[in-house]
Design a protein around this ligand. Structure first.
Ligand SMILES: [Zn+2]
Ligand SMILES: [Zn+2]
Length: 438
């Protein structure tokens, strides 16, 4: 018996042995490792003041067409590691008369010396304004009993952010003083860009790398013949613009109304660029001849802490041209039928999209910015996670909602709300990720 047992066991070992490929130890690309090391130095908790009696989110009251900015700000105000990055701006490390040391200062950057934009402030700096807004938003002022009250449109910090924005033509009021209706993602991207430019790299070497670790994907690009899929190598003299640039996420994802899929499907689709919609690069293929269009495929070389996915729910509803008549003017509409809109995943597994897929890359949902109305006008709200709760924030009003609300392409009255942007955060060990010091 002993002998037979031994035989069986050795046969089993022989059978299992060769079928197990050696598994590489988990590792990161150098670019990912650099991002991770920077993120480790930026705390991941909400800066809620200890004296605040309720950690509920706060509304931001609106005057005029401000909702796109307020929804974008609400999203940013619920990203704890990003809040810490803002709070490291002009952070006083050692405040002695002899040797005041300030981290990430902005007063040495000539671009902040512009006068006349924000009057009576020492500097013209968007990051300073956001830092001030954060301490007000999560601080204990304007508490009515326990509940934090919304900030008014006349709030000094909101006005400073607004006045700064109006220096960009897209966000400036028209001649009659009426604010334009803009896109929340366009404003958020503009806002973050202004913030990361606030510091001069010489006096604040950690500031921009912090922004890049929080908000910027870096991609590796591979090129193939679009006919036969033969790999075609990059040329050293290819213009930089022909490579995929770092980005905040996946912007203007198209929606196939017949088969809308999910956020994960939209990301997968963006990682392959088909020749018809791509950069239009042509190269000689060793297999099928000269001058073939290229297909480009992208893999994530380094993933940031936060990712934004933005859908474009507009479609062309122009009636077909009648024979003999003139071309009708184009009519653009927004998808409002829920069945034609993509599903929102709470968790996204992007492990397989990486250059080095030996380590998991997962994201989880932290905010959805829905829009109601038509193409070009309507209203923005923000559905945000303030762990462990979710809030639907419509200007000044804040209501706790279940997770399903955020996942449902929020349908409230009126029923034509739909997801324009979903913002997600990287999923680490959840215990470490969401602890709030109180
Ligand atoms: Zn500043
Ligand atoms: Zn080919």
């Amino acid at each position: 018996m002993v002998h037979r047992d031994y035989q069986l066991r050795s046969r089993r070992i022989a059978a299992i042995g060769p079928s197990l490929p050696p598994r590489p130890p988990p590792s990161y690309t150098p670019a990912q490792l650099a991002k991770n090391q920077i993120l480790a130095g930026i705390p991941n908790y909400f800066p809620i003041r200890r004296t605040r009696r309720h950690d509920r989110s706060r509304g931001l009251n609106r005057s005029g067409n401000e909702c796109y900015r307020l929804a974008a700000l609400q999203c940013l105000l619920h990203l704890p590691r990003a809040l810490s990055w803002f709070r490291q701006h002009n952070e006083v490390l050692a405040n002695t008369d002899a040797n005041p040391r300030v981290k990430n200062p902005c007063h040495l950057n000539p671009r902040n010396a512009v006068t006349g934009v924000v009057s009576r402030t020492k500097q013209n700096c968007m990051a300073c304004n956001m830092r001030g807004l954060i301490s007000q938003y999560w601080g204990d002022h304007q508490m009515n009993g326990e509940e934090p009250q919304p900030l008014n449109p006349s709030d000094a910090r909101l006005r400073l952010i607004y006045n700064y924005s109006t220096t960009d033509d897209r966000f400036a009021p028209d001649g009659q003083g009426v604010d334009p209706q803009c896109d929340a993602e366009e404003w958020m991207t503009y806002f973050l860009d202004q913030c990361q430019q606030a510091c001069d790299p010489n006096s604040a070497p950690d500031w921009r790398p912090g922004y890049q670790a929080l908000f910027q994907f870096e991609f590796e690009e591979e090129r193939f013949c679009s006919v036969c899929d033969t790999p075609i190598s990059r040329r050293t003299n290819d213009p930089a613009s022909s490579f995929k640039q770092p980005s905040i996420g996946f912007i203007n994802c198209p929606i196939d109304r017949a088969s809308p899929g999910t956020v994960a499907d939209a990301i997968n689709a963006q990682l392959v660029e088909h020749p018809s919609g791509g950069a239009g690069i042509r190269r000689n293929c060793s297999n099928c001849g000269a001058n073939q269009l290229l297909t480009r495929r992208f893999r994530i070389d380094a993933a940031p802490e936060y990712m934004l996915v933005k859908f474009n729910p507009a479609y062309d509803d122009t009636p077909p041209r009648e024979p003999g008549s003139e071309v009708p003017p184009p009519i653009m509409r927004k998808i409002t039928n829920k069945a034609e809109l993509p599903g929102i995943d709470e968790r996204l597994d992007l492990t397989h999209c990486q250059v080095n897929s030996s380590t998991k890359l997962e994201y989880k949902l932290v905010a959805v910015l829905p829009h109601s109305g038509e193409v070009g006008h309507g209203h923005w709200i923000a559905t945000v996670r303030n762990h462990p709760r979710w809030y639907n924030i419509n200007d000044g009003s804040v209501n706790q909602v279940p997770l399903n609300f955020a996942l449902s392409n929020p349908e409230v009255v009126p029923t034509d709300w739909n997801c324009r942007h979903a913002c997600v955060t990287r999923d680490y060990d959840s215990g470490r990720c969401w602890s709030q010091p109180r």
